[in-house]
Design a protein around this ligand. Structure first.
Ligand SMILES: [Zn+2]
Length: 441
């Protein structure tokens, strides 16, 4: 398929060509940051050899990491932008905020060229999903300072698609648009996709039959890379659903491959990825580690060795799509910050979602980490489908408790509530609470 690639020269570059390109951009970025960003000037001071004289990509490992906490502290100490900024403020075109669960969100600035880089990498992901010029696209993210809506909108427009703007519209208005206009592509968080499907079902609308949708893409949360969550979205909308991982501070850095071999590729010409073990050493193919990115294109806030806190597994096989871009198995597998310890066992909420979603009779769920009689305990609350007979609810709870115990290796309490009793999420979901660390009020 000749048109599979938007930029075949880059997507199928030989390793030597890609390394040459990365090294050139890396040198440029490090020199730019060291010269123009007060934050990096301090951080890189006194480093031998001169950071601008990186001989190989491995030399990057001599430079220190950058963390999100560091950036937040920097902005708190020098409000409102901090001093990472490496261009005059007059050259800045856009500001976006990261979504924060605690504290003030990070403000991220871009020049016109930076912004083009962000949405163009995103466009390359959309193209990989099969989105083309003839498509009509709805990017159903919140209209505001978050990057999700803007990047989805600009990326679709970059491919020449007709974009229907729905940032400020209600779910009802969005459903109406899906029935009225020939919208073929929908982008949203996986939680919102499920929310939208439920809202349609309540109105007796079958989106798989009554809309023209053929592709959905999902970002903001890793749900679409969980097979059961993806299957649920695909059957509700009658589409192929794809996961698009991205970070406001880095890029729309990759895409779930259209070859459907379970691999996620990285736009290596925009971002240089490292996958590191706990000692900061690169993992071998087939192993897991924390994903660390160095931006190869952003000039306003040129992040070097940025710790994403995302766990990925470096692929040890070639992808059948013919691309040579680095690939990870199954997208972002876990977030370091989401890790919970329960009675000595490590539990990731994503694993619980993997075990809950295959049950078609569960519409929504919630996870509570709590202390019971002095012992750590996990409570999973289920919101059953209204179609499930009340007598069958108890059995659903028992089946799930068994699956969770088998899958996690510890006993889990399960509660089945009334249909519709748990909150739904129209942006990023907040399904997890940890009562052990949160102060009750
Ligand atoms: Zn591929």
């Amino acid at each position: 398929m000749a048109s599979r690639y938007l930029e075949p020269r880059l997507e199928r570059a030989s390793r030597a060509e890609m390394t040459r390109l990365q090294l050139r951009r890396l040198r440029e970025q490090v020199a730019h940051a060291a010269r123009h960003s007060p934050f990096y000037r301090r951080k890189l001071r006194g480093l031998r050899p001169d950071p601008a004289r990186l001989r190989t990509l491995d030399d990057l490992r001599r430079l220190p990491f950058t963390t999100k906490d560091e950036l937040k502290e920097n902005q708190a100490a020098n409000p409102p932008w901090g001093d990472v900024l490496a261009v005059p403020l007059a050259d800045v075109l856009r500001v976006h905020l990261t979504s924060a669960t605690t504290g003030r969100p990070l403000a991220f600035l871009d020049t016109a060229a930076d912004w083009h880089g962000f949405y163009h990498s995103y466009a390359r992901s959309l193209h990989a999903f099969g989105v083309r010029k003839a498509d009509m696209v709805m990017a159903a993210f919140s209209y505001g300072p978050w990057i999700g809506y803007w990047s989805g909108f600009y990326a679709a427009q970059d491919l020449g698609c007709l974009v229907y703007p729905v940032g400020g519209l209600s779910t009802e208005q969005r459903l109406d648009a899906l029935l009225t206009y020939p919208i073929t592509v929908l982008g949203c968080t996986p939680s919102y996709a499920l929310f939208l499907a439920e809202a349609a079902a309540k109105k007796g609308i079958d989106l798989a039959k009554q809309s023209k949708l053929r592709i959905t893409w999902h970002t903001g949360e890793p749900g679409a890379s969980i097979p059961a969550t993806k299957a649920k979205i695909e059957s509700a909308f009658g589409v192929r659903a794809y996961d698009l991982p991205g970070l406001t501070e880095i890029a729309a850095w990759g895409f779930e491959c259209d070859a459907r071999a379970g691999l996620t590729h990285v736009h290596e010409d925009y971002v240089y990825p490292e996958v590191l073990d706990e000692q900061g050493q690169p993992v071998k193919p087939g192993e897991r580690g924390e994903l660390v990115f160095t931006s190869l294109y952003r000039k306003a806030m040129p992040l070097l060795r940025y710790r994403t806190r995302d766990i990925v597994q470096l692929a040890d096989r070639r992808c059948p799509c013919g691309r040579t871009l680095v690939a990870f198995e199954g997208g972002v597998l876990a977030r370091v910050d989401d890790m919970k310890k329960v009675r000595g066992i490590i539990v990731y909420p994503r694993r619980i979602e993997e075990l809950v979603r295959p049950h078609r009779d569960v519409d929504e769920f919630q996870i509570v980490f709590r202390r019971r009689d002095g012992l750590d305990d996990i409570l999973v609350r289920l919101d059953p489908s209204p179609a499930l007979a009340p007598v069958a609810r108890e059995r659903l709870g028992e089946t799930l408790a068994r699956d969770l115990q088998l899958g996690l290796g510890i006993r889990v309490s399960v509660e089945v509530g009334e249909p519709g009793s748990l909150p739904r999420w129209d942006h990023k979901a907040r399904r997890v609470t940890d009562e052990r660390t949160e102060v009750p009020f």
